[in-house]
Design a protein around this ligand. Structure first.
Ligand code: DGJ
Length: 726
């Protein structure tokens, strides 16, 4: 094991347990222990708070899973990557078929390697099966300061015959016998990211997507807590976030000895991958960690990891601009004059980026036509897009545009020219979702064509600084008749193709900011957030519903990537009427956007919006670059409170919301977090002073959060207050 320019204490340490190799990964406050079990199976006996011990054997107290006569069986044992062929009967990560039909694999340890990749230690553990001609390398990328380990596996055909991967998951996370609850994120269109907590019981809980995208219905993230532990700020939490934007699976299984066995990775349903001799397959990455600061602590670890390590480096540290998006205002009926008028008003309010959504291209007057034809609609923009872009730039804003590159309407020039470019099954009538079909992004010619279309769009009309990449239907009839041998690879090849197109365009247009969207938050996962800078969270822009959606999103992702619009009332999705300030205060929790028909807003509304946007600009460093604490998680009627603290802990903002009040009842006291106990803080609005210690221990009365608002808090109350260290 060698690696240069990392402190010795940061390197994964080779240890020995019972004369066999073991590895200790030491993170800021977490230790992870790996070792070899019976038949060289890779075990992960400990992942948790560092126990202040240098003896890894202190961590190996996992009880046997089987009766003594079956001691060699690995059920109940903390296996880090079970394969079909191991002596166990739980979900495996790997199934490899040989030409003779056998699918049994037995991996033996070969070697370990330590590298320094971009300043972070990486431990590779190499295993092989001589009989099958298979090599598997487990990668553990250790983000010491972030308390996160990113895992993946590379599976290589080193033999002389074709191997078919029938299942190739990323990793397993074993947890010791105990009683646990699983937290997962679920929903549907307009109701994404609803946090569900449920007990894990004997059997399996499977969360997954088979829809082509990571989906609205389940999000590739999980957190595990001791049973009934609901506290936001304390308690053990193990978590994982899968960097994959296609079909995925996460199975959480309670074993015979009450140990928990979690596996996650690419969905094995309808998956198979051919590996000819010399070829390899690398799984998507799983970012995992442990916190003993409750769900809040786990979320903050993932958020900091996205902010400081994961999001695209070019824009990672740049404040996200306040955007205006025309979708709810104009739908498909976009036109040059009306967009210019919207842009003027948006600029006057203080927005920084003007985005034209769907409807600007081809013969796009509704959702029946033109997807695939990415040329400007001359009837809607008689002087070209450049006129609007110049106008927007002249107003001091950046310009952004909407695309949906993976889709095609049958009524489009692209489909008429290349009907075979859409997934299809010869002789079978396709299912239309939103009147469109899915283009086969596994095909080189499809990707090349779309890359060229987008390249032209980004270079032909003046400078475009922002692209929203949408994806509006689940995939069906996912056929590729010309390549039957790769038919079951398309689910993966397509997603890799999307990443590749984004990588190419990011390289060629390094200044462009990208937003991932899939009919709302249907593909707002860690995979897309490697190639895009922010995510559209949900098409549901109702401020009350957004509290729940944004809370769920921020369990797994940073507020710096969470885009929220202020739209009109009655809300288009729910009919609810929330005050403008409430809508703003909710949208201020992440990346603020305006999505209403501001041509119709009154002078008073425009004035209030201008004032609120100016306030957001003051708060943006806290919201987008601070640490987030949910003080009171949202409930259907409220109240709800969320706090953001600067990295130095010297400034904080607290937002409070209540949809429906009971006279005299409110949120009670809010105990702040993350402040410096010994420092004095002053409330910006009225100059009241207190110490960090008192603000955290005694808290603040919620109804005084905005001193200009009367108490008691009643319907549609919202406000915020800022405290600054003096
Ligand atoms: C779905 C998105 O979520 C919306 O914001 C909008 O862009 C529409 N698609 C446009 O078709």
């Amino acid at each position: 094991m060698t690696a240069s320019s990392l402190a010795n204490s940061q390197l994964p340490r080779r240890e020995s347990i019972g004369g066999r190799p073991a590895w200790l990964l030491r993170l800021r406050s977490t230790d992870v222990l790996l070792c070899l079990g019976a038949n060289d199976a890779l075990l992960l006996p400990y992942w948790g708070r560092s126990g202040g011990t240098d003896r890894p054997t202190d961590y190996v107290l996992h009880p046997q899973g089987n009766r003594p006569s079956h001691r060699e069986f690995l059920d109940g044992q903390p296996v880090a990557y079970p394969v079909y062929g191991d002596a166990l009967f739980k979900e495996v990560c790997l199934v490899v078929a040989r030409p003779d039909g056998s699918r049994d694999t037995r991996l033996s340890f070969v070697e370990d390697r330590v590298e320094n990749v971009d300043g972070h230690p990486v431990l590779d553990l190499v295993f092989q099966d001589e009989l099958v001609g298979l090599r598997v390398t487990h990668r553990f990328q250790v983000f010491v300061e972030h308390d996160i380990v990113v895992r993946s596996a590379t599976i290589e055909n080193r033999g002389s015959e074709l191997l078919v991967l029938e299942r190739a998951l990323t990793a397993a996370l074993p947890l010791p016998p105990d009683r646990y609850d699983a937290c997962t994120l679920h929903g549907t269109w307009g109701r994404e990211f609803t946090l569900k907590r449920r007990p894990l019981a004997p059997g399996k809980l499977v969360v997954e997507s088979r829809r082509g995208s990571s989906s609205h219905e389940a999000h590739p993230w999980f957190a595990i807590r001791p049973r009934d532990d609901e506290s936001e700020h304390t308690g053990a939490v193990w978590f994982g976030s899968l960097a994959w934007s296609g079909n995925w699976i996460c199975s959480l299984e309670v074993e015979l000895n009450d140990a928990v066995h979690i596996v996650a990775g690419v969905q094995p349903f309808d998956f198979a991958w051919r590996l000819t001799p010399g070829e390899s397959f690398t799984t998507p990455e799983l970012a995992g960690g442990y916190s003993d600061e409750g769900l809040g602590g786990a979320s903050r670890l993932l958020q900091a990891f996205e902010e400081e390590v994961w999001l695209p480096a070019s824009h990672r540290d740049r404040p996200r601009p306040i955007l205006y998006n025309s979708w709810e205002a104009t739908n498909f009926a976009v036109g040059a004059d009306q967009q210019i008028e919207l842009a003027r008003r948006a600029a006057a309010m203080g927005t920084e980026l003007f985005v034209v959504d769907d409807g600007w291209f081809g013969a796009r007057d509704d959702d029946f036509a033109a997807l695939g034809d990415w040329t400007v609609n001359a009837a809607k923009f008689p002087n070209g897009l450049r006129q609007l872009i110049d106008e927007v730039h002249g107003l001091g804003m950046q310009f952004g545009i909407w695309v949906e590159p993976e889709m095609v309407n049958p009524n489009s020039d692209l489909y008429r020219a290349h009907p075979d470019w859409a997934y299809h099954i010869d002789g079978r009538e396709p299912t239309y979702g939103r009147n469109q079909l899915v283009l086969n992004f596994a095909r080189d010619d499809v990707r090349e064509h779309l890359t060229e279309q987008l390249r032209r769009l980004l270079s032909d009309h003046g400078s475009i600084e922002f692209v929203k990449w949408d994806h509006n239907r689940a995939w069906t009839e996912v056929g590729w008749p010309e390549r039957p041998e790769q038919q079951r690879e398309v689910w993966v090849r397509h997603v890799r193709g999307v990443y590749a197109v984004l990588a190419t365009l990011r390289r060629e247009f390094p200044e462009v900011l990208w937003e991932t969207c899939a009919g709302g938050g249907g593909r707002a996962d860690l995979g897309m957030l490697r190639w895009t800078d922010q995510a559209w969270t949900s098409d549901n822009t109702d401020a009350a519903d957004r509290l729940t959606i944004q809370y769920g999103f921020s369990r797994a992702h940073t507020p710096r990537a969470m885009v929220n619009w202020v739209t009109d009332v009655p809300n288009q999705q729910t009919g609810r009427i929330a005050p403008l300030a409430f809508r703003f205060h909710v949208a201020m929790q992440g990346v603020l956007g305006i999505g209403g028909d501001i041509n119709e807003w009154s002078a008073e509304e425009i004035d209030e919006a201008r004032r609120l946007i100016a306030q957001y600009k003051q708060l943006r460093p806290l919201v987008q670059f601070g640490r987030q604490y949910w003080l009171v998680p949202p409930t259907p009627l409220g109240p709800c409170a969320v706090q953001y603290v600067s990295p130095a802990g010297d400034r904080t903002v607290v937002f409070v919301y209540q949809m429906r009040g009971l006279r005299g009842a409110g949120v009670g006291r809010l105990h702040l977090h993350g402040l410096q106990p010994g420092r004095k803080y002053r409330r910006d609005a009225d100059g009241v002073e207190s110490t960090g210690a008192a603000l955290m221990a005694a808290g603040i009365p919620a109804e005084a959060v905005d001193p200009r608002h009367p108490t008691p808090m009643l319907d549609w109350y919202s406000g915020f207050q800022v405290w600054t260290a003096i």
